[in-house]
Design a binder for this molecule. Structure first.
Ligand code: NAD
Ligand code: 89V
Length: 347
């Protein structure tokens, strides 16, 4: 079986994780390889090409798509460039992976999904948090039914990690934590508890050096009966720094589960209390504390290739991710007005 051929656009801060994962997937006969790289910054392009041994390099994505025979493009630029690049790939009939957040606003996101649907190309948003091993373990407990019917939950990310140091653009936007990190946590809530009927949010800015909000607390009433608190912060000075762990607490009709600090999963069910370490794998190219995120990059890229070969829709297809995007818009809407909102208004 031939490897699928991909072109990666955007060789910045996060792209080395994609490229390391692609390198691993190129070792599998039914995997994929990156045959061309694109970045408008010559130094970043040259550095990534040298590190990952990719000979074909482009300063312009249009030129790359015109010259290369690709099965997919992997877009790892920041959000303002996503729509134009996704539409370009769709015009060339090439499947697309687009990093989160999908776009600066949901109207662009809808246009991107429509362009791919019209062109008949697959589109996946690289929403990788639900592919983290500890969160997959939580989902598996819910699916097993041992805690019964969930009725309450909390999904929490609280950190004082200096994320701005690696991603300085995050300090500049009017929107910060809900758009950049909350999008992962809200998607995790959808992954665990399903769609949302009502959402209420409150936000604040603690760090004076950033333009947007860095603390958000959201109350989600899910259609299937779970009421969940979803909270995130980049201004939490806590005794134990947990970046980038997502903590989860769920109560069900027959038991409960907690994903606690240090990837400790505790499940209480009618059979008793079980405790497990659900730490992510430290892949050879990964670094603590990023390893859980890095493993999820490999997992989601493998999933995309499997779906492309099978002709099935990825779990976080563009159309699915619009539902997470609607939660982001709903959270900003609620925080601005103080009202409880139906995310369907933003979909
Ligand atoms: P970055 O600014 O460090 O890198 C982006 C690169 O894209 C730059 O080198 C820039 O020159 C290039 N670029 C921008 N527009 C281009 C265009 N039109 N054509 C060619 N090159 C172009 O950004 P980053 O921190 O690597 O983030 C990239 C994306 O990844 C963002 O959307 C971010 O939110 C996301 N991200 C996701 C995760 C995750 O866990 N899923 C983690 C970090 C970042
Ligand atoms: O950029 C991001 O997606 C961040 C993180 C650094 C935690 O992955 O949420």
């Amino acid at each position: 079986m031939a490897l699928l051929r991909g072109g990666l656009i955007g060789c910045g801060f996060f792209a080395s994780n994609h490229l390391n994962a692609w390198r691993e997937l190129a070792r599998h006969p039914d995997g994929a390889e990156i045959v061309a790289l694109c970045d408008r910054d010559p130094a970043r392009l040259a550095a990534a090409a040298a590190e990952f041994g990719v000979a074909r390099r482009y300063a312009d994505a249009q030129a790359m798509l015109a010259a290369e025979k690709l099965d997919f493009v992997d877009i790892v630029t920041t959000a303002p460039a996503h729509r134009a690049l996704v539409e370009l790939a769709a015009r060339h009939g090439v499947a697309v992976i687009c990093q989160k957040p999908m776009a600066p606003d949901i109207a662009d996101g809808r246009a991107m999904v429509e362009a791919c649907e019209r062109a008949g190309v697959a589109m996946m948003v690289h929403e990788n948090f639900r592919w983290q091993a500890p969160l997959l373990a939580v989902r598996a407990v819910l699916d097993s039914g041992v805690i019964g019917r969930p009725f309450w939950g909390r999904v929490s990310f609280r950190s004082g990690y200096d994320v701005i140091a690696g991603q300085p653009y995050l300090a500049e936007g009017k929107r910060f934590i809900i758009e950049d990190l909350g999008v992962h946590v809200l998607d995790t809530a959808r992954f665990l508890f399903g769609e949302v009927a009502r959402l209420t949010a409150s936000t604040t800015t603690v760090n004076p050096a950033i333009a947007g909000e860095d603390v958000a607390t959201m109350l989600l009433v899910h259609r299937d009966g779970v009421t969940a608190v979803v909270d995130c912060s980049y201004s939490s000075r806590r005794a134990r720094e947990l970046f980038p762990e997502v903590l989860v607490d769920i109560e069900g009709s027959d038991g409960s589960l907690q994903l606690d600090a240090g990837y400790a999963l505790t499940v209480r069910s009618p059979a008793g209390i079980e405790q497990r370490d659900v730490s992510p794998t430290l892949l050879p190219w990964a670094q603590v504390p990023w390893h859980g995120v890095q493993e999820s990059v490999l997992n989601i890229q493998r999933h995309f290739i499997d779906c492309l070969r099978a002709g099935t829709a990825p779990a976080t297809a563009g159309s699915d991710n619009l539902k997470t995007f609607a939660l982001v818009e709903a959270a900003y809407g609620s925080a601005a007005t103080g009202e409880t909102v139906d995310p369907a208004r933003f979909a």
